[in-house]
Write a protein that binds this ligand. Structure first.
Ligand code: DC
Length: 235
C-alpha cells in the first residue's frame, strides 16, 4: 500500500509522516531529501544551478540511499548537511528542472516498488504515484505555519521575525505551486487535512484514522474482486 503525503513547507509534514510510517509499520520516503542531495552535489562542484543539462546528469548519476532517518549520498551520511539553509535557499532551479524531476520520480518508483510506504513531498499523489491507495494533502494557513516556524526557531535560540518568516514562506509557496511540472496541488482524490490549532499528536491520530479507513475499503474491494473471479471461474 502506498500512502502519499503532500503539502506546503512548514505544514509539519516531515515529522508527522515519519511518525505515521513508524506507527503503521511502513517504510518512509522523504523526497525533499532527494532534491536536497542533488543541490548539495552541484554546490560542492561549484556548478551553476542554471546549467540544467549538467544538473540533470548529476541527478541521474548520484546514488541516494534513504535508510530510516539517515540519508546517504554516494555512501556518505549527508543527513545534516542537506538541511543547511544554503541548500534550502539554492534549491529552486533544481526542483524546477523537468529532467531532474523525471529522474527523481523514476527513482522514487523504483524505491517504492512492492513495499508498504509513506512517501512525503509535493508531487507524490499527483505525479509520482497517481494510483496510490491513500493520498493526504497536509496543510495549514500561512499565518499558522509562520507562527510554528518562529516558535521552532526561538526554541533553537535563533532570533526570528514573524513578518520575515511569513514573507519567505509566501515566496516558497508561490514557487512550489507555480512550478510547471510537479507543482504543488492536492490530487483530485486526496483527503485534505488542515492542521491549524491541532497538536502533532492530534494530526497523527487523524492520519492513522484516514489510513485505517482506506485499508478497510481496499480489503473489502480485494475480497469482492476475488469473489467475482471465483464466480466467473465457476460459471
Ligand atoms: O520538503 P523539503 O523542504 O525538504 O523540500 C525541499 C525542496 O524540494 C522544496 O523546495 C520543494 C522541493 N520538493 C519538490 O519539488 N518535490 C518533492 N517531491 C519534494 C520536495
Amino acid at each position: 500500500m502506498i500512502v502519499t503525503i503532500d503539502g506546503p513547507a512548514g505544514a509539519g509534514k516531515s515529522s508527522v509522516a515519519k511518525r505515521l510510517a513508524q506507527e503503521i509499520g511502513f517504510d518512509f520516503l522523504d523526497t525533499g531529501a532527494m532534491y536536497r542531495c542533488v543541490t548539495l552535489v552541484c554546490l560542492r562542484q561549484e556548478l551553476s544551478l542554471a546549467e540544467s543539462v549538467r544538473v540533470a546528469e548529476i541527478a541521474r548519476s548520484i546514488q541516494i540511499e534513504i535508510r530510516g532517518q539517515t540519508v546517504h549520498l554516494n555512501g556518505e551520511d549527508v543527513s545534516e548537511s542537506i538541511r543547511h539553509p544554503k541548500i534550502t535557499k539554492s534549491i529552486r532551479p533544481v526542483a524546477d528542472n523537468v529532467a531532474v524531476r523525471e529522474a527523481m520520480v523514476e527513482s522514487q518508483r523504483r524505491w517504492v516498488n512492492g513495499r508498504d510506504v509513506v512517501t512525503e513531498g509535493r508531487d507524490q499523489g499527483t505525479v509520482a504515484f497517481p494510483n496510490a491507495e491513500c493520498k493526504i494533502f497536509l496543510t495549514a494557513t500561512s499565518e499558522e505555519r509562520a507562527r510554528r516556524r518562529v516558535a521552532q526557531l526561538i526554541e533553537l535560540g535563533v532570533d526570528a521575525s514573524y513578518d520575515e518568516i511569513l514573507e519567505a514562506q509566501n515566496l516558497r509557496d508561490a514557487q512550489d505551486t507555480q512550478r510547471e511540472s510537479g507543482g504543488l496541488k492536492p490530487a483530485i482524490d486526496a483527503v485534505t487535512v488542515w492542521t491549524d490549532g491541532m497538536s502533532e499528536e492530534e494530526v497523527l491520530r487523524r492520519l492513522v484514522a484516514i489510513v485505517d479507513g482506506k485499508r478497510l475499503i481496499n480489503n473489502s474491494n480485494d475480497q469482492r474482486s476475488s469473489q467475482e473471479s471465483f464466480l466467473l471461474r465457476s460459471s
